[in-house]
Ligand binder design. Structure first.
Ligand code: FAD
Length: 439
């Protein structure tokens, strides 16, 4: 007998427990529901909580609304233009509505604290903030970006205000004075621009990056990566493991152009290497990083032009897209050392990404010694445990809204397959050893 609320003894029994009620958990619920697999989603906070409270105020989706969504529902056109970029509030509202539409069995405000494999019988006993759950399977959908990652070079200096992007909300939060933003992926570059527009002196530390054109020849880059098969790439190209992607939907969406940022007043510096007595050292790699970013940008224009020619598409030419601005002074003669006090820098914003936190899974054999999930396409080395929503889980799109939906479909199929084997076993043995009933 499966339930979605606790019985009189305080226990809930289900076939598959989904941990996390973000986009991954909702996609998983949709596919399991379609296959008739009894399941329950536990979310420690609210649906799509990260979009509500763990992102900065002005954040909008990086992809247009026609693209950054699940196939089953469009964004509310009254709130978000399909060609526009949904605000973080509208993304959260979208997932809340989606969960209602599919009647996802979600319990919010319930945290999963620990998982133990059952001994001598199938499944797991899960300790939550609201009692015990018994489940045959668990899908960890707790997000690709869970724990703020700050490199070990970070200084311990009371005179400096330091924050990770997950704590950044808006420029008013920062003390007077200049800011060093470390990391120039999508988050770092957007926050640096916002701070510069708010009148702050901003230093932006730029490492290796890709910077796709926001749009080219009348098509958004999301469309180009789609038709060129790049979202479906299954492995990271060798040497690209530490390359971030700088893209933005802010201000109506425009191509990230580091030179333009510098001409507007942001001082670009190379990769942040070390801190020593209030002095930051940067690698002398800024010009190289900018040049490689240009190569990536131009190669995407070339690929788009080839695609148009090959398929005879009628899309307007855009020669201006190939214009590269002159190198600003900070690129020609880069700063390699910055004395923070002398430069008036009072804040560091670490735009250095996130790591995962599967501490609640520590008692099962699903993660390696570094706490990283051991899995193939989300199917864990620990039978009955599945991971969803991780970067490159199965392809480049795996951690994004449109990609996670397809990975969830695959995992739901895997779960349904396992249930069929158990049903066969039960039938031939004439036992009810395993709970496999459908809703
Ligand atoms: C700044 C930023 C901008 C982004 N913009 C885009 C974009 O424009 N387009 C796009 O496609 N993707 C974007 N992404 C990537 C991705 O879509 C988001 O990170 C998204 O939030 C991931 O969804 P998820 O469901 O996998 O994980 P999350 O949204 O992280 O959801 C996981 C949920 O699990 C819950 N949880 C965690 N631990 C437990 C526990 N032990 N028990 C119960 N619940 C738990 C959390 O509260 C959370 O609600 C962005 C990411 C970032 C960081």
């Amino acid at each position: 007998m499966t339930t979605t609320t606790p019985d009189s003894s305080g226990k809930t029994v289900t076939d598959t427990l989904i941990v996390g009620g973000g986009q991954a958990g909702i996609a998983m619920s949709e596919h399991l529901g379609k296959l008739g697999v009894p399941h329950l989603v536990l979310e420690r906070s609210r649906i799509a909580e990260r979009w509500r409270s763990e992102r900065w105020d002005s954040l909008v989706a990086n992809g247009p609304a026609w693209h950054d969504r699940f196939p089953g529902m469009e964004f509310d056109k009254g709130r978000t233009d399909p060609e526009g970029f949904a605000s973080k509030e509208n993304v959260a509202a979208y997932f809340e509505k989606y969960a209602q539409k599919i009647e996802a069995p979600i319990r919010t405000g319930v945290e999963v604290k620990n998982v133990e494999r059952n001994v001598g019988r199938l499944g797991y006993t899960i300790d939550t903030s609201e009692g015990i759950v018994e489940a045959n399977r668990i899908v960890a959908a707790t997000g690709p970006f869970q724990r703020p990652a700050i490199p070990p070079i970070a200084p311990k200096d009371d005179a400096l205000y330091q924050m990770h992007t997950s704590d950044y909300r808006n420029p008013d939060q920062l003390p007077e004075g200049g800011v060093l933003v470390v990391g120039a992926g999508s988050s770092g570059v957007q926050i640096a621009e916002e701070l510069q527009r708010a009148g702050k002196q901003v230093y932006l530390s730029v490492g290796a990056h890709d910077r796709p054109p926001r749009s080219y020849r009348n098509r958004d880059f999301c469309w180009w990566l789609g038709v060129l098969g790049e979202w479906d790439a299954e492995t990271i190209k060798p040497g690209m493991e530490h390359v971030t992607i700088a893209v933005s939907g802010a201000h109506g969406g425009k191509t990230v152009d580091f030179r333009a940022l510098a001409h507007e007043g942001v001082t670009l510096v190379g990769l942040t290497e070390s801190f020593d007595n209030g002095v930051v050292r940067f690698k002398p790699d800024l010009a190289d990083n900018i040049r490689r970013g240009d190569e990536n940008y131009l190669s995407q224009l070339d690929a788009a032009d080839d695609y148009i020619a090959r398929n005879g598409l009628d899309l307007p030419e855009e020669p201006d897209a190939r214009t590269i601005l002159p190198d600003p002074e900070c690129v020609k003669d880069p700063i390699l050392e910055l004395d923070l006090e002398k430069a008036g820098v009072k804040t560091i914003v670490w735009a250095t990404g996130f790591s995962v936190d599967y501490s609640w899974l520590k008692n099962v054999d699903a993660c390696d010694e570094n706490g990283k999930p051991k899995h193939h396409r989300g199917v864990s080395s620990e039978p009955g445990i599945y991971f969803l929503g991780l970067p490159w889980l199965s392809h480049r799109g795996s951690s994004f809204i449109w990609g996670v939906w397809h990975d969830a479909k695959y995992l739901a199929d895997q779960i349904a397959k396992q249930r069929k084997y158990l049903e066969y076993h039960n039938a031939v043995q004439g036992v009810a050893e395993f709970e496999t009933e459908s809703e």
